[in-house]
Ligand binder design. Structure first.
Ligand SMILES: Nc1nc2c(ncn2[C@@H]2O[C@H](COP(=O)(O)OP(=O)(O)OP(=O)(O)O)[C@@H](O)[C@H]2O)c(=O)[nH]1
Ligand SMILES: [Mg+2]
Length: 202
């Protein structure tokens, strides 16, 4: 006898790294600068409606980068297009948090995204994150200094400076991504080994 069932399937893309940030932060511009992906780029919010994957080659290495739709406050409860976004974050090894350096409220921009990631699920909030101040081509040096200071304090992390438009600083971000991915892999291998040999010392 047959059994009838309704099954809801949720697509979660798998990527090594995922670009997160407010709408207009420059995620798609960054993705287009470092991969062969050709996302739509425009100066209005929610240009990207679905995640796009691109393959990035840096040095001798390749990794998959996801350009994710912009997040806004309340996204974890379905505001904007947050509900389409959240599942994808789960499957990224490292998050690249892009902040638009031309905004006045740098701290607010950073905190909003952090809040949404944590509200969505604890593990997303705990993922390794690279903090990246973008659009540095459009900020004057004094203002930049001040904004870096604010962002460092808010994120308690090193701040990388880039321009997706000119390409400045972009390679450093890519090398740092590879560094985080390698460290994660090494930690996983170590954990697996310890399961087999509890007294193993690396
Ligand atoms: N000056 C400057 N403008 C940038 C830079 N990166 C992106 N932009 C501009 O910022 C606007 C938004 O860029 P997108 O790449 O579409 O931003 P996004 O984060 O993908 O936006 P959503 O898909 O809506 O979330 C566009 O007008 C870009 O040309 C940059 O490094 N410098
Ligand atoms: Mg986009």
């Amino acid at each position: 006898m047959g059994v009838e069932k309704w099954i809801w399937l949720r697509l979660k893309l798998i990527a090594d790294a995922g670009l997160v940030g407010l709408p207009n932060a420059g995620k798609s511009t960054f993705s287009a600068a470092v991969s062969a992906a050709k996302p739509k780029i425009a100066g209005y919010p929610f240009t990207t409606l679905h995640p796009n994957l691109g393959v990035v080659s840096i040095g001798e290495r390749d990794f998959v980068l996801a350009d994710l739709p912009g997040l806004i406050e309340g996204a974890s409860e379905g505001a904007g297009i947050g509900d389409r976004f959240s599942g994808h974050v789960e499957r990224c090894g490292v998050l690249i948090h892009l902040i638009d350096g031309t905004r006045d409220d740098i701290k607010g921009a950073y905190k909003t995204i952090r809040g949404e990631l944590t509200a969505y699920d604890e593990r997303s909030g705990e993922k390794p994150e690279l903090v990246v101040l973008n659009k540095i081509d459009a900020i004057d040096p004094d203002e930049l200094k001040e904004k870096v200071k604010i962002l460092k304090k808010a994120s308690k992390a090193d701040v990388l400076l880039v321009s997706g438009v000119t390409g400045k600083g972009v390679d450093q971000v890519l090398y740092d991504i590879v560094g985080v991915l390698d460290a994660e892999k090494a930690a996983k291998v170590e954990a697996a080994r310890r399961k087999i040999e509890p007294n193993w010392v690396p």
